[in-house]
Ligand binder design. Structure first.
Ligand code: MN
Length: 348
């Protein structure tokens, strides 16, 4: 067995204070290798230095203790992902606070008093994509992260790359979403032009501070569950939808039409994607669902509503919706993303 270090020697080597080490012990983050039953002195193994340094650096990062405990139990690659996810959340929250600070300063200087009515948003979401039961590959992409909820349904030989590219384009936006989103979508569209004949739909919610923007192109959908009611927020950019709007097809005929998958708009590399971008008024208690047609074409809206109402959190909602879709055969790829809106002042 390696020689044990006293708490003083261990603290010096780890560049920590004995006081911090005693705290880590009490919190279960780093137990001493040995505690002298008579004196109560703590002793550490040299091998514990790495854990001690990791804990100290995560503390320096500002990570909450409970989360540090979780990181310490993960294998290195998963721990790395967790640290990256934590930092993305911090940056997003900081951005939101920066906006609030600016609003407050403007308000105190007597400028733009109206903006004080807006609340600071916190959306928390979950997403999943599944190849379904009939397709061999999955070209759908679903994402839930800081400031972004998105689904995309790719098609063509590089459909999976097209849908990934579209969602990735919205991950690192800067500036007000109503301006940044259309620019990012058009940039993604230009990238897709290189993917010979492939394209994708894109339906996404982007938020920053108190602003919430919905971007939509293609036949994936956005729904809002508010006060127990399910509202469809998007119009399918599809050939059959055009026929229904013109009164030449009923909703029922449209859902069985052989060309129901034909899109009138998509990110396909052609100039001007025709993406719809609209600002939304978010309300605490709202629950959003974004999904690809692999879900909405086979689950009746009444069933989607029931699942959304019953689910305790976004993760449970996504899990249930994917399971329901698979239960009825899942003939297409499935993408689903759900987010709940809360007021930052309420925590969460
Ligand atoms: Mn599809």
């Amino acid at each position: 067995m390696a020689e044990l270090l006293t708490i003083g020697a261990f603290a010096r080597t780890a560049e920590l204070t004995p006081k911090a080490l005693r705290l880590y012990d009490e919190l279960g983050l780093l137990r001493p290798a040995h505690v002298d039953p008579a004196s109560g002195y703590r002793y550490y193994e040299p091998l514990q230095l790495e854990r001690a340094r990791l804990v100290a650096r995560l503390r320096l990062l500002g990570m909450p203790l409970a989360r540090i405990t979780a990181v310490c139990t993960l294998p290195p690659a998963a721990a790395a992902d967790e640290v990256a996810a934590y930092w993305a959340q911090v940056e997003h929250d900081t951005d939101a606070r920066r906006r609030l600070a600016r609003l407050l300063a403007d308000h105190l200087r007597g400028k733009e008093p109206a903006t004080m009515n807006s609340t600071l948003l916190r959306l928390s979401g979950a997403a999943a994509s599944d190849s379904g039961l009939a397709r061999e590959t999955n070209q759908d992409t679903a994402y839930a992260g800081p400031g972004l909820l998105a689904v995309a349904d790719g098609y063509g030989p590089a459909g999976a790359r097209a849908s990934t590219l579209a969602v990735d384009a919205l991950k690192a936006l800067s500036g007000p979403p109503d301006q940044a989103v259309p620019a990012a979508v058009e940039a993604a569209n230009r990238g897709i032009a290189g993917l010979d004949g492939s394209g994708t739909t894109l339906t996404a919610l982007v938020w920053a501070g108190s602003e919430l923007v919905l971007a939509h192109v293609g036949d994936s959908r956005a729904y809002l569950l508010r006060d127990g009611e399910l509202l469809r927020l998007t119009t399918d950019h599809s050939y059959v939808r055009t026929l229904v709007d013109e009164g030449r097809l009923t909703e029922e005929e449209a859902s069985a039409h052989p060309q129901r998958a034909l899109l009138t708009r998509a990110l396909d590399g052609r100039e001007d994607s025709g993406v719809d971008v609209s600002a939304r008024q978010a309300r605490p208690g709202d629950r959003y669902l974004l999904c690809s047609d692999g879900l909405s074409a086979v689950l009746p809206e009444a069933e989607i509503r029931r699942a959304l109402v019953a689910a305790e959190d976004p993760e449970a909602a996504v899990r249930e919706l994917v399971a329901l879709t698979r239960r009825v055969g899942a003939p297409d790829n499935i993408a689903a993303a759900v987010a709940d809106v809360a007021d930052v002042a309420q925590g969460g």
